[in-house]
Design a protein around this ligand. Structure first.
Ligand code: MG
Length: 337
């Protein structure tokens, strides 16, 4: 099998600001794996705080022997092989895993969602994320979210309540809140959660530091709405640890090293009674469609990557009534513009 790749810079519609930093674009590595006249497409989205880059991705790919990938693919063995090359680098591993899933679908003439056991009728609505901003810009962004049935907002600053009030001045759709580890005081956080619940917020992601197990668990025990671990839950081994700390987990392909392990995480979460949110990074349609293929297996969906970028090299995924519409095309259903 032939593996090729190209670095790409995915531009964001708005500077993306969360509790700790701000940026304008995201380095992406586009990966293709060819076999028998079919090409599988994958993508690594390397948001800076995860520690990967074009350089680290190229260095990793130079160590990958694509002759190790034999169809029919044994994805468990493949991820073990990729982990044996280096322990980290989950995004570039995800790119390979996604490309192989796309290729598998094309070789079997079946859509990835079907091979994953997803029922398109169970597709949840997807949220649209609005980054922290000055009130007038924030208002403009909320208005852009028209057509989405859920808004997700990044909080963690003094202006939190003001931003929620701005959303409520425009729309009454449910809100997901992501604190991105920005809250520090337990009681203040709990008071905030009660206030947020009254404003129609249905879940809170990663309220306190990922290392603060006791603080997050304290909130989970008392919160009237689900508390979801995101930064604290990267790969399969982290799901078990989330059991007594959160109500649920946020699964992202760029953390889980791809679709195979993401599905294992979803199954493990179910076994442990945890809820599942499936999310994304700043991604093109490629990784977003890979996540959408697994989305019907989850409770909540936050796959807004293609809607928050300006130079997506692929066609925007079909989206109707606030939901991804899964195509019957083989593989991911990715098409060029
Ligand atoms: Mg998050």
């Amino acid at each position: 099998m032939k593996l090729t790749y190209q670095p790409f810079e995915l531009k964001l519609k708005h500077p993306f600001t969360i509790a700790r930093f701000s940026r304008m674009s995201t380095p992406i590595m586009l990966v293709q794996i060819e076999h028998e006249d079919h090409t599988g497409y994958g993508e690594a989205s390397m948001v800076p705080y995860m520690g990967e880059s074009h350089e680290s991705a190229a260095a990793f790919l130079s160590k990958v022997d694509s002759n190790r990938f034999q169809f029919p693919f044994n994805f468990g063995e493949i991820i073990n092989y990729l982990d044996s090359i280096a322990p980290d680098n989950p995004a570039i591993k995800a790119a390979i895993d996604i490309a192989l899933h796309d290729l598998e679908g094309k070789l079997l003439n079946k859509p990835c969602w079907q091979l994953a056991g997803s029922d398109p009728a169970l597709m949840p609505v997807s949220s649209y994320t609005i980054g922290i901003d000055e009130p007038d810009v924030f208002l403009k962004k909320v208005k852009e979210a028209e057509g989405f049935k859920v808004i997700k907002v990044k909080l963690g600053r003094d202006s939190d309540k003001e931003l929620i009030n701005i959303i409520r001045s425009v729309t009454d759709v449910p809100i997901y809140v992501d604190a991105n580890q920005g809250w520090t005081d337990r009681q203040q956080s709990l008071d905030m959660i009660h206030w947020l619940q009254q404003q129609g917020v249905v879940l809170v992601e990663q309220p306190m530091l990922k290392t603060d197990f006791a603080g997050n668990a304290w909130l989970t025990e008392r919160s009237p709405i689900p508390i979801i671990g995101d930064e604290a839950v990267q790969r399969l081994a982290d799901v078990e640890k989330a059991k007594d700390v959160y109500h649920g987990i946020n699964v992202k392909l760029m953390k889980s090293a791809g679709m195979y392990e993401a599905k294992q995480m979803i199954l493990k979460a179910r076994e442990l009674g945890l809820k599942v949110l499936i999310g994304c990074m700043s991604e093109t349609s490629c990784a977003s469609l890979a996540a959408a293929a697994l989305a019907p297996l989850c409770d909540w969906v936050d796959i807004d990557g293609p809607f928050l970028t300006t130079n997506n090299p692929y066609k925007t995924p079909d989206f109707k009534d606030g939901k991804y519409e899964l195509s019957r095309a083989p593989g991911l259903g990715l098409s060029s513009k």
